[in-house]
Design a protein around this ligand. Structure first.
Ligand code: GTP
Ligand code: MG
Length: 196
């Protein structure tokens, strides 16, 4: 997949602020700091198109990245960040839920989990929601560069077990640093877009 001109098209909180046409969208969901924004940068080959931070809670809005007018990648706020107030958490949750429940352009929601840690209860809730909505249930296990190769299968198994995934091909292990397995993600995107 060749990407020539990715751009941040819109930053939104409410549906009135979403882009107004029917380009297909693939949204990235997952807890704060898991690497959603970094994944976007690594897919489009830009260092700072999506803003990232080593501190959780960087993305607080729904950010629409237009990819060559072919599709959009949608960066969502993270969940599960303990160090913010309840009202702030509620606001982010509402922003995420509103987008996921009203957006007709939405073709797939991909769940990101950190390959080093067992998915949380919130990850499981999000994943079950993704399946209930009829999406295909691909998971990207991020930060692959942080574990040794010999431990990979053990970590994949922990992710699969917690989320109840039988088909291990649904779990793409990935590193935004080394970009290992990026072609699998491109293929997933292409299949998603081609099917509409
Ligand atoms: P929120 O916006 O808070 O929801 O976080 P996010 O999911 O967008 O995470 P972000 O992309 O901002 O990344 C969080 C931190 O993890 C940053 O310091 C990134 O550099 C780092 N990071 C993300 N992906 C990887 C990866 O594959 N490998 C390594 N080593 N670090 C990563
Ligand atoms: Mg982010």
């Amino acid at each position: 997949m060749k990407i020539n001109n990715p751009e941040l098209e819109k930053i939104a909180v409410k549906p009135e602020q979403y882009p107004q046409n029917n380009l297909s969208e693939i949204a990235l969901a997952g807890r704060s700091n898991v690497g959603k924004s970094s994944l976007i940068n690594s897919l489009v080959n830009r260092k700072n198109l999506a803003r990232t931070s080593s501190k959780p809670g960087k993305t607080r809005t729904v950010n629409f990245y237009n990819i060559d007018d072919k599709f959009r990648l949608v960066d969502l706020p993270g969940y599960g960040y303990a160090a913010v107030s309840k009202s702030e958490k509620d606001k982010w949750a509402e922003t995420i839920e509103t987008y996921l429940s009203v957006r007709e352009n939405l073709r797939e929601v991909v769940l990101l989990v950190d390959i080093r840690h067992e998915p949380s209860e919130q990850d499981l809730m999000m994943y079950n929601w993704i399946l209930d909505m009829g999406f295909s249930g691909y998971v990207i296990a991020t930060k692959l560069d942080k574990i040794g190769k010999s431990r990979l299968q053990q970590h994949i198994k922990a992710v699969a077990t917690k989320l109840g995934i039988e088909d291990r091909k649904k779990i793409i292990y990935y590193s935004s640093e080394t970009k290992e397995n990026r072609d699998y993600i491109y293929k997933f995107i292409e299949n998603t877009i081609l099917n509409y």
